[in-house]
Design a protein around this ligand. Structure first.
Ligand code: NAD
Ligand code: UDX
Length: 464
């Protein structure tokens, strides 16, 4: 079977870019990305896309209206498609059983039920969202018991793109992973999806496994990546207490080809919509499988991440003579990493809230995150007692120099390239003295800053 019509349910950070690249590389395949969120679809059809990703806008504009469509007509897109990606969100549950750990699978289930109610012919269903092991089995059951058609094949095809480099990752992936049933029909479905990717991905990079291995590989990959960050962050605490420098330690261990040099940047803790959610998903899975020791092992990755954020703020308070009440503190960067406007689980949110607990006055500058987003992210701040408290304690600036004016401390929370090349002599002149800089991303030239007169503090190195 050759795929001619693809529907993607979920027009988010994964569905949008992934299907845009598929449409670009497969001009003979009609690709329709659908979502229940009308505003999101309107934005995909406008000049201002709902997400910022380097290179995305150009490819969307090149293909939109030709073989790439964004729509809220889920029914029509499902009817027409021979292959359907389910790319909906799977956030951590905030209530009920598994609260704070288990992924909420209600969006996956509603997508599966919609397909079952709508489809008039058998289709290949592809689980693109990150899900617990055996989720494909639930999708199969929903289809089997609710659809008038038979012969659906459910594949697992997890996405490994990282935000900020999504287009690069999609165009040149380390691997594409496809899991499916070992039956003849399952293997044929795997083949059909592989052929889509093989238009631009070398065949040897398209890996095929059984469904459960594929689902578990996604959770495992994110758990390993997050674990590396927590490991180096744990070592950063040892560095600060001993005179070792975490950048030198990272460099030295990364030279060992068995360890490798990637994902060893000490930081204020990982953010983003995936790492915490997926590690917790794994923890919950292990608990459900009655493997408490394994669950505890992975949970430590999250606890270390929380500790790193708290430790960083404690250091700020300590350096600022034990009190930040009423002091102006400028946060550079609110996105969870550079080159994205996404703030989901950003460490900046946690750090800002901790600083607000001490009644500091906060000024925030980020080149891509909107004021509305920052307001929404801080709206549940426990130290706000009335809605007007936001404006009393928080100011959002569109200019980094204006943000630094009269500030006691600058805190680098996101590694935006532009922060490296700012005029720090000028910034020093604008700030209260002593002027503190806390580099939570290890991106600045620390000796040069010290020469200007700054009191410099960084993650993983003690300058005092
Ligand atoms: P997102 O929240 O940006 O997008 C999901 C979209 O699905 C939303 O627009 C929502 O309205 C829509 N949706 C939910 N239920 C729907 C339904 N029944 N019908 C139609 N639309 C529906 O989420 P995302 O960041 O794109 O993540 C999607 C999945 O991919 C998650 O499981 C995530 O873990 C995984 N993932 C994300 C990334 C990433 O970098 N963001 C990377 C790899 C994997
Ligand atoms: C991650 C995975 O990398 C990707 O494969 C998966 O599909 C989705 O989750 P993402 O969260 O978009 O991607 O970005 P990533 O580059 O992994 O960064 C996650 C967080 O870790 C960011 O806050 C980043 O700043 C932080 N990080 C990353 C570090 O603190 N140190 C590092 O060395 C690397």
């Amino acid at each position: 079977m050759s795929v001619k019509n693809i529907c993607c349910i979920g027009a988010g950070y994964v569905g949008g870019p992934t299907c845009t690249v598929i449409a670009d590389k497969c001009s003979d395949i009609k690709v329709t990305v659908v979502d229940i969120n009308q505003r999101r679809i309107d934005e995909w059809n406008s000049d201002t896309l709902p997400i910022f990703e380097p290179g995305l806008e150009e490819i969307v504009k090149r293909n939109r209206g030709k073989n790439l469509f964004f729509s809220t007509d889920v029914t029509q897109a499902v009817l027409e498609a021979d292959l359907i990606f389910i790319s909906v969100n799977t956030p951590t549950k905030t209530f009920g059983m598994g609260k704070g750990r288990a992924p909420d699978l209600k969006y996956i289930e509603s997508a599966a039920r919609k397909i079952a109610d709508t489809a008039k012919s058998a289709k290949i269903i592809v689980e693109k969202s990150t899900v617990p092991v055996k989720a494909a089995e639930s999708i199969s059951k929903i289809l089997k018991h609710n659809s008038k058609c038979t012969g659906f094949q459910v594949l697992s095809n997890p996405e490994f793109l990282a935000e900020g480099t999504a287009i690069r990752d999609l165009l040149n992936p380390d691997r594409v992973l496809i899991g499916g049933d070992t039956s003849k029909e399952g293997q044929a479905a795997i083949r059909a999806l592989s052929e889509v990717y093989e238009r631009w991905v070398p065949k040897e990079r398209v890996l095929t496994t059984n469904t459960w291995s594929s689902e578990l590989s996604k959770l495992t990959a994110n758990a390993f990546l997050a674990q590396r960050i927590s490991s180096i962050n744990a070592i950063s605490a040892v560095c600060e207490a001993t005179g070792a420098d975490v950048s030198e330690v990272s460099y030295a261990i990364g030279k060992d080809s068995r360890i490798g040099d990637k994902f060893l940047r000490a930081s204020i803790g990982f953010g983003g919509s995936c790492f915490q959610k997926d590690v917790l998903n794994l923890v919950y899975l292990c608990e459900a499988l009655n493997l408490p020791e394994v669950a505890e092992y992975w949970h430590q990755v999250i606890l270390m991440n929380n500790f790193q954020r708290r430790r960083f703020v404690n250091k700020i308070i300590k350096r600022l003579f034990g009190t930040i009440t009423g002091k102006k503190i400028t946060i550079y960067g609110f996105a969870f990493k550079k080159d994205t406007g996404d703030t989901r689980e950003s460490s900046s949110i946690y750090i800002t809230k901790y600083l607000l607990e001490e009644e500091a006055r906060i000024v925030i500058y980020d080149p891509k995150v909107s004021e509305d987003q920052i307001r929404s992210d801080l709206s549940d701040c426990e130290s706000f007692h009335s809605p007007s408290d936001f404006d009393r304690y928080v100011t959002i600036c569109k200019d980094p120099y204006e943000a630094a004016k009269d500030s006691h401390a600058l805190v680098i929370c996101t590694e935006w390239d532009e922060f490296v090349t700012l005029d720090y002599e000028r910034i020093y002149g604008l700030m209260e003295k002593p002027a503190f800089i806390f580099d939570g991303r290890l991106i600045l030239k620390h000796e040069a800053l010290r020469k200007i007169g700054f009191q410099v503090d960084v993650v993983g190195k003690d300058f005092s």
